[in-house]
Design a protein around this ligand. Structure first.
Ligand SMILES: CC(C)(COP(=O)(O)OP(=O)(O)OC[C@H]1O[C@@H](n2cnc3c(N)ncnc32)[C@H](O)[C@@H]1OP(=O)(O)O)[C@@H](O)C(=O)NCCC(=O)NCCS
Length: 236
């Protein structure tokens, strides 16, 4: 990876600080931040300018960017708006990723993760600080494994799955698309799409649930808003 490449950040919420820290550690130089919250425009985050709405970011092959937003559905909507942007893979150097692991564009692996042999991580996913991903496990696109979550070997996480902080997934379990696993919960069998599962063993909670993600970015008030209400909202 080219050192000191200049890169834009999308999202100026709390998650952006962790992503910025990883970028700097990897040798990138951040050019500035786009965020849809007008209250942030003209302000700075860690001395970096917050320019304006995400739609203003140049959609060219010369643009390199990272989406610093924990919400899977918002990341997907933003990514689909840009056809030409280059989305690098960011792997924090203080993580242990086996050389056989495949990682898709735009995915970020934070500090302290362990990803075992022949695992595969899709595009624009987040493997957050201290996660464990077992060997032969497949993580889809637009997933988020929150800090200290662990997926054993041969697990399948379909696109858009959210694993809450400290959650566990038993080896060989499969979690269908857009399902949410609550903080500290334990998944011991296959679970279907779109629902929210909590406890140990994890059970589905009946009411539609929105992910309470402390670090969600302030993507509001623009054409990108349309992506905020699907994904982790239950399909019940
Ligand atoms: C699972 C989650 C999304 C549910 O949020 P919600 O839909 O707002 O649900 P509520 O807080 O209204 O709780 C609904 C019920 O589920 C229970 N519940 C919620 N989260 C739970 C969890 N993680 N473990 C066990 N039970 C849980 C609540 O106690 C409540 O039970 P009750 O109806 O008997 O009182 C949320 O609790 C959660 O765990 N979010 C993950 C946050 C996280 O990891 N962020 C990452 C930061 S980097």
């Amino acid at each position: 990876m080219e050192k000191k490449s200049r890169i834009f950040l999308i999202g100026a919420g709390d998650h952006a600080k962790v992503v910025l820290s990883a970028l700097v550690t990897c040798g990138f130089e951040c050019r500035g931040i786009y965020d849809d919250n007008p209250e942030l425009w003209g302000q700075t985050l860690w001395c970096l300018p917050i320019y304006g709405p995400v739609s203003k970011m140049p959609d060219t092959a010369e643009t390199m960017a990272v989406i610093a937003i924990g919400d899977n559905s918002v990341r997907r909507v933003i990514c689909e708006k840009f056809k030409n942007v280059c989305w690098p893979v960011i792997v924090h150097p203080k993580s242990v990723v086996d050389s056989s692991v495949r990682i898709g564009e735009g995915t970020i692996v934070m500090a302290g993760c362990i990803i075992e042999s022949d695992a595969a991580i899709g595009r624009h996913s987040i493997v957050n600080s201290g996660c464990y991903i077992g060997h032969d496990t497949k993580v889809g696109d637009y997933c988020h494994a929150a800090p200290r979550s662990a997926a054993g070997d041969n697990v399948t996480l379909a696109d858009g799955v959210f694993l809450g902080i400290g959650s566990l997934v038993r080896p060989y379990a499969a979690i269908a698309e857009n399902a949410t696993v609550g903080a500290g919960s334990t998944v011991i069998k296959d679970i279907g799409p779109g629902g929210t599962w909590v406890g140990s063993p994890a059970r589905r909670i009946p009411s539609p649930a929105r992910m309470r993600y402390a670090g969600r970015a302030s993507i509001t008030g623009t054409e990108l808003t349309g992506g905020c209400d699907d994904g982790q909202a239950s399909s019940e």
